[in-house]
Write a protein that binds this ligand. Structure first.
Ligand SMILES: [Zn+2]
Length: 373
């Protein structure tokens, strides 16, 4: 760790219960309000950097930061294993870390968890040392690691970007874990919590198994559709209104449909969240099952062209293949309506090749009221 490391105030020695790590001679602080124009952080120097040099410095520093994070985790792992934090009266290594390094407790807890996993699984340690697995990915990976799956999960981490790793692990677990274990774990980890943010707003977090989430989200969106939005409300705002209405007025009148896509390579909700076959089997007795036939190129095989409104099956196919509004440049992804590319009135058939999805405004701009039902 060199000049990029942030040092916290090292004069906290007045508080005798705290410790500060000895500072190395090469360390530079992030000076606040410094007017030294020769310092590397000075606004003048940075403003004078050529584009390539600026890019190179960002890439270089990002690399040093992740190398620094790795080093930090190695040290934290050792400190945790030796139990040194207890000497300072801290209740846990994470509590010590949060206090001394001035980070949030949740951040410190994650760091300790990853540091421990690196000691438990040398393959993870090696992958992180080589820079193959970033801390961002390790954080996602670690809660699921065991000695029996570490190689497979590390392969997933290499093959998927950090943002998609969670879903990839879930899909893998579904194929390789006992479905009863998955169901039991997911049920056990159900949780609702809330916390107040600095802006005074409260964030409510709900963790539920995928099939439950599918049903909850479908009910919220059904209420959004039923209620009709106040002018200018964003989708997020409409969902907040809908959720509040459901909680205060009861949601039993709302009729919502949850779609599960059951395929050879696994079952998912419409947004790609994996659901175990076990759950699907449990739902089957009361579910409406619609078979979707595809040809060798995985293109859906079509249905009736004469009726005006697309069949339920056609809508499912379009939903699965067209994820956003077909209007050029529009990225709307929710509450899309079905539209005949060649209008039905001028003989356009109701076949998949002639159907597209448009957001409300673009569909109205083209046709007036929705073609779908
Ligand atoms: Zn649109």
């Amino acid at each position: 760790m060199t000049t990029a490391e942030k040092t916290t105030d090292t004069t906290r020695t007045t508080d005798t219960t705290r410790t500060t790590r000895a500072t190395g001679t090469s360390r530079t602080t992030w000076a606040s309000g410094s007017d030294d124009p020769t310092a590397w952080w000075s606004t003048d120097r940075v403003a004078g950097l050529a584009a390539e040099r600026l890019e190179a410095e960002v890439v270089d520093l990002a690399g040093r930061l992740s190398a620094g994070t790795f080093e930090l985790l190695v040290l934290v792992g050792e400190l945790d294993a030796r139990g040194l934090w207890a000497r300072w009266g801290a209740l846990s290594c994470a509590a010590w870390l949060a206090d001394v390094c001035d980070v949030e407790v949740a951040t410190a807890r994650t760091q300790v968890r990853v540091a421990r996993a690196m000691r438990d699984h040398p393959a993870l340690h090696a992958a992180m040392a080589d820079g193959d697995v970033s801390y961002a990915k390790a954080r996602v990976l670690v809660p699921h690691l065991s000695t029996s799956n570490v190689d497979a999960l590390l392969a997933l981490a290499l093959a998927n970007p950090a943002g998609r790793l969670g879903a990839a692990i879930a899909a893998w677990s579904q194929r390789h874990e006992d479905p009863d274990d998955v169901a039991r774990r997911q049920h056990h980890e159900r949780c609702v919590s809330w916390r107040t943010g600095g802006d005074g707003m409260v964030t409510i977090t709900v963790r539920v198994p995928p099939a439950v989430a599918g049903a909850m989200c479908a009910v919220i969106d059904a209420e959004v559709t039923r209620a009709g939005a106040p002018a200018g409300a964003s989708l997020g705002q409409q969902r907040a209104d809908a959720l509040l209405h459901l909680l205060t007025h009861g949601g039993s009148q709302v009729d919502a449909e949850v779609v599960f896509h059951v395929r050879g390579d696994g079952t998912t909700l419409a947004d790609g969240t994996p659901v175990s076959d076990h759950v699907v089997a449990g739902l089957l007795p009361e579910a409406f099952v619609s078979l979707l036939l595809v040809d060798a190129q995985r293109q859906p095989i079509d249905a009736s062209p004469r009726r005006r409104t697309p069949t339920r099956r056609q809508r499912r196919v379009i939903d699965q293949t067209q994820h956003q509004c077909a209007h050029p440049g529009c990225s709307a992804r929710t509450f899309l309506q079905y539209d005949h590319i060649q209008p039905y009135a001028t003989g356009g058939p109701t076949v998949l090749a002639n159907l597209q999805r448009l957001c409300g405004p673009h569909n109205r701009a083209r046709n007036g009221p929705s073609v779908g039902d």
